[in-house]
Design a binder for this molecule. Structure first.
Ligand code: GLV
Ligand code: MN
Ligand code: MN
Ligand code: MN
Length: 421
């Protein structure tokens, strides 16, 4: 307490672009694709290698590594007052099958570099400081995603998560046990779930076009829009395509198309805030000369405002009760997460720290969801975004300029320092 506070500029100057670039390149090789992208699916061998690599970094930080029952890896740096709850930063190391080097990995590696920079300048946190990598954020192999943060925060149980299977019929629980066995062999101790936190900060690429358009290196995220996933099934009856007159047809595809179009029109708002996507559409029996008897499609519906999201969901439910081209429809919820608004105290701290560092950091709302959407109900949470070229992500060409990644890391490091004081 007698030591003079280390100012944000000193902390920022200790963030090393070389170390960060080197870590990004190293981690991108674990599951690296020949097209320059990354395929590091949740709990596969490369994801396990990346965890072991992260755990090896604990020694430079003077941190203790541990893993919980859903495979979230933590590196804990002790604070001078061990009775206080920790300030936590991190993101995820799993990727899409044809993913990039930055989605998830950047938040973990920026957190690692921030902690190294704080150690380098001799900063002693009063509160403990932790780096986390959450399991299966993407949901590309085991759906739905954000498994690590959802189970950690008690939003979903381990029991309901372990049986989820990938497309080869391998359960998440089986893949998790394989991964945990490797970590056990490396002597990594277990830690409990749901441990209390003073705050959580996640840095991530924006995955959208706003920061690039504004020429900003960093953005302060005010919240994450809510998301509601549905499956819609439309049932008609199959019959011969050539012989069945119009009055006798109950064509499930005709019904599904009419319903899908009406749902899309219902979601269209003049402010362009609603996000409505039909990403899967399956027609059965799928024969050129048979009238379809069954169509299922998915809906990804998002809005930053809880009441608007709820009203749209109610309208969708009503529309699904109607008859569509003589067919019955049924709408089932696959998952839903309420929008979150990050606490103003935390976003203001990020604004102020950016200001002190001379970084212009506009505010924005996250269109994509992140582990932070669950953490926001566990402890005060906020996010930082850095731009990505052409707003592109979930693509091998995903790219963030090193200067922007460094600016984000500097702001992260200085903000973590204020929060742990
Ligand atoms: C995943 O990040 C999503 O927003 O769908
Ligand atoms: Mn991500
Ligand atoms: Mn992603
Ligand atoms: Mn995501």
């Amino acid at each position: 307490t007698d030591k003079p506070a280390i100012d944000p500029a000193t902390i920022a100057a200790a963030v090393s672009p070389e170390r960060l670039a080197n870590d990004l390149a190293n981690v991108a090789m674990m599951g690296g694709r020949s097209d320059g992208g990354v395929a590091r699916l949740a709990l596969d061998d490369n994801d396990t290698r990346a965890r072991l690599w992260l755990i090896e970094q604990a020694s430079v930080l003077g941190a203790k590594a541990s893993v919980d029952a859903i495979g979230n890896v933590f590196l804990d740096v002790p604070g001078s007052d061990p009775t206080l709850e920790p300030v936590v930063t991190g993101s995820h190391l799993d990727s899409q099958p044809a993913g990039g080097k930055y989605d998830g990995a950047l938040g973990v590696l920026a957190g690692l570099e921030a902690l190294r920079a704080l150690k380098q300048v001799g900063f002693t946190p009063r509160r403990p400081l932790s780096l986390v990598s959450w399991t299966n954020e993407e949901g590309a192999r085991f759906s739905p995603g954000t498994s690590g943060s959802a189970v950690f925060c008690g939003v979903r149980s381990l029991e309901e998560t372990r049986p989820i299977e990938d497309s080869d019929g391998v359960s998440l629980g089986h893949a998790l046990d394989t991964c945990l066995a490797e970590l056990d062999a490396a002597g990594v101790p277990r830690r409990p779930l749901a441990t209390p936190m003073h705050a959580f900060l996640e840095l991530h690429i924006e995955q959208g076009p706003i920061l690039e358009r504004e020429g900003a290196a960093v953005g302060v995220v005010e919240g994450i829009q809510g998301v509601s996933w549905f499956e819609v099934s439309v049932s008609g009856s199959a019959n011969h395509a050539g012989t069945t007159p119009r009055a006798m047809r109950r064509d499930a595809l005709e019904g599904a198309c009419a319903l899908a179009t009406t749902l899309r029109e219902t979601a269209r708002d003049s402010e362009d805030r609603v996000r409505f996507t039909i990403g899967k559409f399956a027609v059965s029996p799928g024969s050129v000369n048979t009238i379809p008897d069954q169509v299922t499609f998915t809906i990804d519906l998002r809005h930053p405002d809880a009441a608007t999201l709820k009203a749209l969901e109610a309208e969708f439910n009503e529309l699904a009760q109607q008859t569509w081209a003589g067919c019955k429809a049924a709408l089932t919820s696959l998952s839903r997460v309420e929008p979150v608004a990050f606490p103003a105290t935390l976003t203001a701290l990020l604004d102020d720290t950016a200001h002190e560092l001379g970084i212009t950091a506009p505010r924005l709302v996250s269109g994509a969801f992140h582990d932070a959407i669950h953490l926001a109900n566990h402890c005060p949470t906020a996010m930082l975004f850095v731009p990505c070229r052409d707003g592109l992500s979930h693509h091998p060409d995903e790219h963030t300029e090193l200067d922007d990644a460094v600016a984000g890391t500097q702001l992260l490091a200085a903000s973590l320092a204020s929060l742990t004081r």
